[in-house]
Design a protein around this ligand. Structure first.
Ligand code: GDP
Ligand code: IMO
Ligand code: MG
Length: 463
């Protein structure tokens, strides 16, 4: 029997390099969900940092789905990597009145991040020197590596008597790699501290309901309940289709939901694609529209926000220097990593890249966030095509680091004053930019973000 249109998972996917505002988008949708609906994470781990504002307080979620303040069930899916200590710590920050343990379940297939994964991550980054990826240092790549090496520990393992033995075996293998490959000797003291937190986390994990991702998702869908898949990172960080090797180690795109939850692809609907009104990137790798280019990349790699505030107390968004414009954009958008506190690199929106990710995720609806941040700029720019080898192109090259890309921009006049001065309406100039994006990307922008809180939006086609 043919399934009704509604009984499909709604992916919520970042269309850029992460930090597009997925947390706020999910929280907003979650507030309209009922007890039988479901919000799942299907990939990634605590490299994610999803910010939401609730009851005047700021929360950053790394592993727990951002819909925790609604009523829906929440699930940590099979495709995730889970650091148990970090999960327990995150659970502690949720207000007591939320029945978290009753609503949250975890897949036995999800991979465990163990303390030596974190050490492997940081040591391997250090030895790469200038060729480092700029990982969040949360042990994500070594955890997924162990999955493909077929030696990972998974959540389901913690319920067996041989768990500690298996843990020690894996740890021994990690220690050998650290010593033999990286010539690194672990500080046993440091390790013991990390282990204490890890085993406290394991105790917490044991108290959670273990549930097969596919089973609970398919059951919810067959009961015509809504299922939201909260993507972490962004499509341009996908391990296969992002700017390899400057990517994360999981499938961040909507087809990752299939393998991340163990469900057939026909159950995955068109995505709600989240994009910022400009672009940011944290970590290394190509960024064609970066304001200030390489100067900005190096600055963000080496400096802290305190250094920046000292040198540029009041950066001018309309400065002649693009580097300073980028700093002004970072400050206006508070573009500081939610997980690592690093400076996020800033630049203009890149249409060829967005077209690539809209298509890849079948983003049928879009959410445009942080338009308010562009208040104060005299001009807004969008890169509409590239010049590569003296040729005009709208195609995304296979490897952006191997070609010299000159982005070509279309400029839009900005509005006067702040977006908030216009209430629940957008000024004409903002609307023109929104309509241009809709037309070029071929999908409706269902709402526009005008500030960090859930109600800071201008709705357009919401239903
Ligand atoms: P995520 O990883 O995609 O969930 O995004 P992050 O939480 O890492 O970064 C997005 C940041 O922008 C957070 O600090 C949000 O509070 C903030 N934010 C989200 N939407 C808006 C918006 O429309 N306007 C402004 N000014 N801030 C926003
Ligand atoms: P959310 O879900 C932005 C980046 C890192 C680095 C690369 C690899 O908050 O959007 P990893 O630790 O995964 O091995 O790092 O990916 N990265 C993110 N950038 N937002 C994220 O998550 C990210 N998660 C990883 O900065 O460049
Ligand atoms: Mg983030």
């Amino acid at each position: 029997m043919a399934r009704k249109k509604e009984s499909k998972i709604t992916p919520i996917i970042g269309l850029q390099w992460g930090d597009e505002g997925k947390g706020k988008g999910v929280a907003r949708i979650a507030s309209g969900l009922s007890k039988k609906d479901l919000i799942v994470r299907f990939q990634g781990g605590n490299n994610a940092g999803h910010t939401i504002w609730h009851g005047g307080k700021c929360y950053v979620f790394h592993l727990i789905p951002s819909g925790v303040f609604g009523q829906a069930q929440i699930h940590l899916g099979a495709g995730m990597v889970i650091n148990p200590g970090a999960l327990a710590q995150e659970a502690r920050m949720i207000p007591k009145k939320i029945p978290l343990l009753k609503r949250m379940s975890v897949s036995p297939h999800a991979v465990l991040t163990i303390p030596t994964h974190l050490i492997l991550d940081s040591v391997s980054e250090k030895t790469k020197g200038k060729r480092k990826i700029g990982s969040t240092g949360k042990g994500i790549s070594p955890s997924y590596t162990d999955l493909t090496l077929r030696r990972a520990l998974r959540v389901g393992d913690i319920f067996y008597d041989d768990f500690k033995k298996k843990y020690k075996m894996l740890q021994k293998e990690h220690k050998t790699t650290l010593q033999k490959v990286f010539e690194y000797k672990i500080s046993e003291n440091e390790l013991r501290k990390k282990e204490k937190e890890f085993f406290r986390g394991i105790k917490f994990l044991r108290s959670l309901r273990s549930a097969d991702s596919a089973e609970i998702v398919l059951e919810a869908l067959s009961g015509r309940h809504k299922v939201i898949a909260e993507g972490a990172q962004g499509a341009l960080l996908d391990v296969r289709f992002g700017h390899y090797p400057f990517v994360t180690s999981s499938h961040t795109i909507s087809s990752g939901i299939g393998t991340g939850l163990g469900i057939p692809p026909s159950y995955i609907g068109g995505a709600i694609g989240i994009l910022k009104a400009y672009a940011t990137k944290v970590g290394e790798g190509p960024f064609p529209t970066e304001l200030g280019g390489i100067e900005s990349a190096v600055w963000c790699r080496d400096k802290k926000i305190a250094d920046e505030k000292m040198k540029f107390p009041e950066p001018n968004p309309n400065s002649k220097s693009e580097f300073e414009q980028g700093i002004a954009l970072r400050r206006a958008g508070n573009e500081i990593g939610a997980t690592t506190g690093r400076l996020r690199r800033t630049g203009w929106i890149d249409i060829p890249l967005l077209k690539y990710t809209v298509k890849m995720n079948q983003a049928t609806k879009l959410v445009l966030t942080k338009l308010d941040v562009l208040s104060g700029f005299e001009k807004i720019k969008a890169c509409t095509y590239y010049i590569i080898d003296s040729k005009k192109t709208k195609e995304v090259p296979f490897d952006l680091s191997r070609v010299k890309i000159k982005p070509i921009y279309k400029s839009f006049p900005a509005w006067k004053g702040k977006l908030s001065d216009y209430g629940k309406k957008l000024p004409k100039e903002a609307l023109d930019y929104v309509k241009f994006l809709e037309k070029t990307l071929g999908a409706k922008i269902i709402y526009v973000g005008t500030g960090p809180e859930e109600h800071h939006v201008v709705e357009r086609y919401w239903k």
